[in-house]
Each structure stands twice: as structure tokens, then as C-alpha cells.
Design a protein around this ligand. Sequence first.
Ligand code: AMP
Length: 142
Amino acid sequence: MIKFENEELMNISIQQLMIPGDKVAHVQIGNNLEHALLVLTKTGYTAIPVLDPSFALHGLIGMNLIMDNIFGLERIEFEKLEAMKVEDVMDTNIPRLFLDDTLEVGLDLLVNHPFVCVQNSEKIFEGIFTRRAILKRLQKGT
Ligand code: AMP
């Protein structure tokens, strides 16, 4: 685990640093790839969470996964965008943070992921913890 001198800073909870769920772009289980591609393109994000109607977190969907799934052997199979659902291609093997995890725990996960989803004890999506948020806090230094 990465160690920092400033213990107070490292013990700040993820809840205090995350982008809350109502400000996070997402798609829902049942949405097709065309819709996901539209949201990703319009927001400019590389990946976004996949939630169900009760806001439970199921995985992440990104531009790379969508493109990878519509490339056929000889051509791009655009018709798959409408036919395939986000749950057919989403990444379900994702790291998750809990609201009361510390910045220190989050920092370790952000080494390999541009952002990590935050959930509560009932697995309900609460927000995301991004590299930008951590860099802003470190720049502030307190
Ligand atoms: P950042 O650290 O702000 O550059 O964000 C890194 C990644 O986190 C973005 O490429 C998105 O995949 C995701 N992200 C950041 N902010 C949001 C948001 N408001 N809604 C959805 N995804 C986001």
C-alpha cells in the first residue's frame, strides 16, 4: 500500500471525496449498445457505470468494450449496436469502494483504474472516486 506522511489526509473517507451518484452519467441494464455509445460520446467519458432500476451497481461499460464487440472479421457490424444490451458486454470484474473506506485505500485502487465506483453496504451505487478528485485534494494538501 502507498504510504504518505500526512495521516490525517490519508484517513479522509471516500464519501467526502467522491462525485455523488446524481452527478454521474450512467446507463441502465436493458439499454442497448447504441444508447451507451451515445452517452459515452456526448459526455466524453471513457467508461461509465451500469446500474439497475434500484441503483445497484452491475459493472462498467466503455468505448473499448463496445467497439471490440462490434468488430466482425470483415466489417464493423453496426447492427449489433441496436441488438446487443449493455449487460452482454459490460465488465463485471471491477474494483469497488465503500463509503467509509479511506483515501489511502482508494489511492491504491486508482493506480490501475482512472476511477472506482463507490457503493453502500447494500451494494447500491453511491458515486465514483476519480483520479482528478484525489489530485485536487493532494494539491490542496489538507
Ligand atoms: P477524471 O479523473 O475526472 O478525468 O475522470 C476519469 C474517468 O472517470 C472518466 O473518463 C469517466 O470514465 C469517469 N468519470 C468522471 N466523471 C464522471 C461523471 N460525472 N460521470 C460518469 N463518469 C465519470
